[in-house]
Design a protein around this ligand. Structure first.
Ligand SMILES: Nc1ncnc2c1ncn2[C@@H]1O[C@H](COP(=O)(O)OP(=O)(O)OP(=O)(O)O)[C@@H](O)[C@H]1O
Ligand SMILES: [Mg+2]
Length: 251
C-alpha cells in the first residue's frame, strides 16, 4: 500500500508555545487511522498543521503527502492536492453563503446543491457559513462541504461531538460514504482509496467506519498505537495513564 501521509519528527508552535514535540505518523492509501488523546494533548493542532493553518508554525520536521513535501505549502495548495478537513470548531465566515461555497468547491457546480437535503442542509444554503449554526448543524455543514470537495485524504476532528443521537446516524453514514470509494475492484469488492485521520473521544464514529489502526497522543507526541477497539476499551477502563493495549510505545 502506498503511503499517503508521512509525518517525520514534526514540531510545531501555536501562540508561540511548542505544542507538537516530535510527531511521527504514517497513514497509507485506503487506511483509516484514529487519534485518541486527552484534552489539550495537541490532536487538533496536529490536524491544523497537516492542513496548513497559519495559526500553527512548523519549527522542525516535515509533512509528506504522496511523497511530496507539503510542509511549506498554503492551505489552498494542500486542498487542491486532495486534503480536506472537518474542523472541531470552524470559524464563522461572514458574507459567504454556504451554497456559494459548496458550488465553488465542487467539480459538479450546481449539482452538488441537490445533495443538501441528504445532510438536512437545504434551508442553510442561503445562510452565511456557520453564523448562528448550532453545534450539530455545523457538523452537517462541514460534511456537506467535504462531500463537495471529495478529498483523497480526510482529516476529521471529533465529527460526532455535540451531535444528537438521531443525527449521529446521518454523520456516521456520510463519513462512511466519503471514505468508501464505490468503484469495484477485483472480485467485485468495494475498494477503499480514501485515507483518513480521525480524532474521537467517545469512539461513536467507529461504529460506522472500519478503522485500521489507532494512536494515542499525549503532551504533543504520539505515545503508542494499537487496534482501535482495543485502545478505546483500554482508555474507557483505565483512562490515559498506563495503556495495556499498546503495541508500540513512544513512536
Ligand atoms: N493559538 C494558541 N495559543 C496558545 N495556546 C494554544 C494555541 N492553540 C492551541 N494551544 C494550546 O495547545 C494545546 C493543544 O491544543 P489542541 O486544541 O491541539 O488540543 P486537543 O488535543 O485537540 O484537545 P481537545 O481534546 O480538548 O480538543 C492546548 O493546551 C491549547 O490551549
Ligand atoms: Mg481538539
Amino acid at each position: 500500500m502506498t503511503e499517503m501521509l508521512k509525518i517525520v519528527d514534526l514540531h510545531a508552535e501555536a501562540g508561540e508555545r511548542e505544542i507538537l514535540k516530535g510527531v511521527n505518523l504514517t497513514v497509507k492509501e485506503g487506511e483509516t487511522a484514529v487519534l485518541f488523546g486527552p484534552n489539550g494533548s495537541g490532536k487538533s493542532t496536529l490536524l491544523a498543521t497537516i492542513m496548513g493553518y497559519s495559526t500553527c508554525k512548523v519549527t522542525q520536521g516535515e509533512i509528506l503527502f504522496k511523497g511530496q513535501d507539503i510542509t511549506e505549502m498554503t492551505v489552498d495548495e494542500r486542498a487542491k492536492l486532495g486534503i480536506g478537513m472537518m474542523m472541531q470548531r470552524p470559524p464563522n465566515i461572514f458574507g459567504v453563503r454556504l451554497g456559494d461555497l459548496i458550488k465553488a468547491t465542487s467539480e459538479n457546480g450546481e449539482a452538488i446543491l441537490g445533495e443538501a437535503p441528504n445532510f438536512k442542509m437545504q434551508n442553510f444554503l442561503d445562510r452565511e457559513i456557520n453564523v448562528g449554526f448550532s453545534g450539530g448543524e455545523i457538523k452537517r455543514s462541514e460534511l456537506l462541504q467535504l462531500t463537495a470537495q471529495k478529498p483523497e485524504f480526510i482529516l476529521l476532528d471529533e465529527p460526532e461531538s455535540g451531535v444528537d443521537l438521531e443525527n449521529i446516524d446521518l454523520i456516521g453514514n456520510k463519513v462512511r460514504d466519503l471514505l468508501y470509494d464505490q468503484r469495484k475492484g477485483c472480485g467485485g469488492n468495494i475498494q477503499r482509496h480514501v485515507s483518513s485521520l480521525v480524532i474521537t473521544h467517545t469512539g461513536q464514529i467507529l461504529d460506522y467506519i472500519g478503522a485500521d489502526c489507532a494512536y494515542v497522543m499525549k503532551e504533543g507526541r504520539i505515545r503508542c498505537s494499537g487496534r482501535p477497539m482495543d485502545l478505546l476499551k483500554e482508555i474507557k477502563e483505565n483512562g490515559y495513564g498506563e495503556c495495556g493495549a499498546c503495541q508500540i510505545i513512544e513512536l
